[in-house]
Write a protein that binds this ligand. Structure first.
Ligand code: 5AD
Ligand code: SF4
Length: 435
């Protein structure tokens, strides 16, 4: 029997889809297939911004025909969107052909829900307010060799005023350090070369025995083997000098910190409930660069937050230069029902948002291009992660997260490959393998 999983959103969701695949395999669905050939289709949704949601609605809606021609097809919808207040009932009424609706905290039960669905006719809705256990016993089907993701914690306590995550993912729950370190060790033994520790806010990790994130990161970096270690995402309010020292001491930790700034304006940061200022943000990355001079900083930025003036926006633009970001994910503010910001006065007009995002993207890209251009003529070590059949090139990432492309006669996936850069284009580097 075949399965097909459609994933929306971030790395956290991509990893959850690997767990969903693990559950489906244990239910007898052996092969991943295209949509048309599938016996079960799972939508792993994201609700962080409106466009991710709309995208999912469109895709789910288009399955009506397929279900009609194949009534035994099981359609399951899970992830953050199903967990939103009142959304599951709404989805059931809008798309009555959905068989199973399950929340983010119900993922480990998906197997049982499928079994139940095989016996019962009606739509099954299974939602839990909070995650019960941090160990779900699910063995993921990893699909991104040589990279592997490891959850270190779930949920978020921060309640940034624009963000729906704390409502749909619940309060922070940290996994036990020994479980995390055991998972990292076995992945390294299995040959994975880049491990990313995942959490909504890894810096507030609080493990059994009082273990904090810097200690956990260092213990993971001390595991024997030839691998790189990344982590995401960090919150600037929990950034620490200790974390900087751990990065400095451990060459396995990638020289790239993803530290979402969201805005460069103190007034907006305060309305966003971010609990740091532009000045403290800049002093954190100054400390990082003093101690680890080759470390690059990437970020997330939002434009068009309620009441954002041209002056506030220019502060975000100027932060791109002041912080010297090597790249940034840029977002247009999207009101999310149930959050504080959604009911704030002063929502920004769409044209203004569009104008600002274009100007911001332009500023970020100019900096990224300029940084990439400096690579021409240099040697860079890539971890080769894929082969692009169309372009006939292998691709990989350097320790800063930059994508590099090269040609090779033999399969290099999973190798650390040094290339001499001959051309840089935006965030991508092109070169010839020298090893
Ligand atoms: N509108 C726009 N962007 C958002 N993000 C989170 N919530 C919203 C929202 N309502 C962005 C933040 C966060 C990233 C994962 O998504 O920048 O860091
Ligand atoms: Fe959302 Fe803020 Fe938590 Fe990040 S830290 S998930 S932006 S509430």
């Amino acid at each position: 029997m075949n399965y097909h999983i459609v994933t929306y959103g971030c790395q956290m969701n991509l990893h959850e889809s690997e767990k969903i695949a693990g559950i489906l395999r244990s239910c007898g669905y052996e092969c991943e297939s295209g949509l048309e050939e599938a016996d079960v289709v799972v939508f792993n949704t994201c609700c962080i911004r409106e466009n991710a949601e709309n995208h999912a609605f469109g895709n789910i809606g288009s399955l009506k025909k397929l279900k009609k021609s194949n009534p035994s097809l099981i359609i399951a919808v899970g992830g953050c969107m199903a967990q939103e207040a009142g959304k599951a009932a709404w989805l059931k009424s809008k798309f009555p052909f959905i068989d199973i609706l399950f929340g983010t905290h119900n993922l480990p039960e998906l197997g049982e829900l499928i079994e139940r669905k095989r016996r019962e006719k009606k739509t099954i809705i299974s939602l839990k307010e909070e995650r019960v256990a941090t160990e779900d016993g699910v063995v993921p089907v990893r699909t991104s060799y040589p990279n592997a993701w490891v959850n270190i914690m779930y949920g978020c306590n921060n309640f940034c005023s624009y963000c729906i995550v704390p409502y749909v993912r619940g309060r922070e729950k940290s996994r036990r350090p020994e479980d995390i370190l055991k998972e990292v060790s076995s992945l390294v033994e299995e040959g994975y070369k880049e491990i990313t520790l995942l959490g909504q806010n890894v810096n507030s990790y609080s493990g059994e025995g009082g273990m904090r994130f810097p200690e956990l990161l260092e213990k993971a970096a001390e595991i024997e083997g030839d691998f790189r270690l990344r982590f995401m995402t960090s919150h600037p309010k929990d950034f620490s000098a200790e974390l900087v020292q751990v990065i400095k001491r451990n060459p396995k930790i990638c020289r790239q910190l993803h530290l979402p700034a969201q805005s460069g304006s103190n007034r907006i940061l305060s309305l966003m409930n971010r609990r740091y200022t532009r000045e403290t943000y800049l002093s954190e990355i100054a400390l990082l660069r003093r101690e680890v001079p080759d470390c690059e900083v990437t970020t997330d930025l939002i434009v068009g937050f309620p009441t954002e003036t041209e002056e506030d926006f220019r502060e975000t633009l100027s932060l791109v230069d002041a912080a010297d970001f090597s790249s940034a994910f840029t977002f247009v503010y999207s009101p999310r029902e149930g959050t504080k910001a959604a009911v704030m006065e002063g929502q920004i007009a769409e044209e203004t948002q569009k104008d600002r995002i274009m100007r911001l993207v332009e500023r970020v890209n100019a900096r990224t291009r300029e940084k990439s251009a400096r690579y021409v003529g240099r040697e860079v070590e890539l971890l080769c992660e894929d082969f692009d059949k169309k372009k006939d090139v292998y691709l990989g990432r350097d320790v800063y997260g930059r994508m590099g492309y090269f040609k090779s006669e033999k399969n290099r996936i999973g190798d650390f490959v040094t290339i001499r850069v001959t051309e840089a284009n935006g965030i991508s580097l092109y070169g010839e393998a020298v090893n």
